[in-house]
Design a protein around this ligand. Structure first.
Ligand SMILES: NC(=O)c1ccc[n+]([C@@H]2O[C@H](COP(=O)([O-])OP(=O)(O)OC[C@H]3O[C@@H](n4cnc5c(N)ncnc54)[C@H](O)[C@@H]3O)[C@@H](O)[C@H]2O)c1
Length: 316
């Protein structure tokens, strides 16, 4: 693909926002798949120097290679966001190479699907370690540098589950509420240092996480991947590249809380205007989820921390 044609991931180029990111140094955790991959691709095509940091390092390397072959700036590096020294290394190595970090996407995340009466302890630990502690580690590693620079933008990926009482994913909802809270406080504190903070709250986006993802899991059995995606279809999951375009426009505008697709804002408004109505709606959604799983021949699987050995690594 010739440089400038911008067809990887179906991205267009040349917008005002694209021109603003040209020459910026960007780090994206969880950049090897889904939302992180789409954001990284869009930014690299727009002229940013993108560091794709992920546990899936060989996949990250492949994406970076494809972008470099297209004449773009992209590198890959191995990162487990649960490990603070690794996070600090990624930030320090990037800054040593380019002299700065302009944008830092705290995006890596996992999901554990299932109701809390079926949880094992690891269903809390795994999600909180990656989705909340990982975000805190990202902030801890990059924020002091941005303060010294007097500039930068931290973009944390939470979820609609960080704004409303999403059901069937208790640890995820808890962690994402934490990410929204952290981001709001940091945005207020960081302003005097010239550092921007935004939090992304995606609705349903078509990525591997919907059916468990590489390092997450669903605590029910007897339901095929296809059936799970069919259940998600009711929420009309958005194409991930379209998501990235809309999210980047709002990041460029320095929005504080970014909800994409926009129609999901209805849930957020309802939560604020009438928590009672919101509880009722989510109760109905839970009822539908339970009956869909049953109709598909599935049943809850008590949390067994399946694959725990593979998923866990000691925190430093
Ligand atoms: N897809 C959606 O519908 C949706 C909705 C709301 C929020 N989100 C959030 O968006 C973010 C990205 O998710 P996605 O949908 O692209 O999922 P995904 O599964 O496609 O990508 C997640 C990426 O994170 C990486 N990752 C997981 N654990 C890691 C760790 N410990 N260290 C480093 N990398 C790790 C994975 O290797 C993968 O590349 C997550 O924070 C997720 O919670 C997604």
């Amino acid at each position: 693909m010739p440089a400038g044609s911008g067809s990887i991931g179906g991205m267009r180029e040349g917008s005002k926002r694209d021109r603003a990111v040209a020459g910026k140094t960007v780090i994206i955790t969880g950049g090897a798949s889904g939302i992180g991959k789409a954001l990284g691709t869009a930014l690299s095509l727009a002229g940013a120097d993108v560091v794709i940091a992920d546990r899936q390092v060989s996949v990250a390397e492949e994406i970076a290679r494809e972008l470099r072959d297209a004449g773009r700036l992209a590198t890959a590096t191995e990162l487990d966001v649960r490990d603070f020294p690794q996070m600090q290394r990624v930030v320090d190595e990037t800054a040593a190479r380019t002299g700065k970090v302009d944008m830092f996407f705290n995006n890596a995340g996992i999901g554990v699907g299932g109701e809390m009466d079926d949880y094992a302890r690891a269903d809390w630990d795994d999600v909180i370690d990656v989705n909340l502690r990982g975000v805190a580690y990202g902030v801890q590693a990059v924020y002091p540098r941005m303060v010294r620079q007097g500039s930068g933008h931290i973009i944390n990926t939470a979820s609609m589950a960080g704004l409303v009482a999403a059901v069937g994913e208790g640890s995820y909802t808890a962690a994402k509420h934490g990410v929204v809270g952290l981001s709001k406080s940091l945005r207020i504190e960081a302003r005097r240092h010239g550092v921007r903070v935004s939090v992304l709250c995606p609705g349903a986006i078509r990525t591997p996480i919907l059916s468990g993802g590489k390092f997450g899991r669903l605590n029910f059995e007897g339901v095929s991947q296809e059936q799970i995606l069919k259940m998600w279809a009711a929420l009309r999951p958005m194409d991930v590249d379209a998501f990235a375009r809309r999210a980047l426009d709002q990041i460029h505008a320095n929005e504080a809380i970014i909800v994409v697709p926009g129609w999901w804002k209805a849930f957020w408004y309802m939560e604020r205007v009438s928590p009672t109505l919101s509880f009722r709606v989510w109760e109905l959604i839970l009822g539908k989820m339970r009956s869909d799983i049953k109709a598909a021949g599935g049943s809850p699987r008590p949390g067994t921390a399946a694959g725990e050995e593979e998923q866990q690594s000691p925190r430093a």
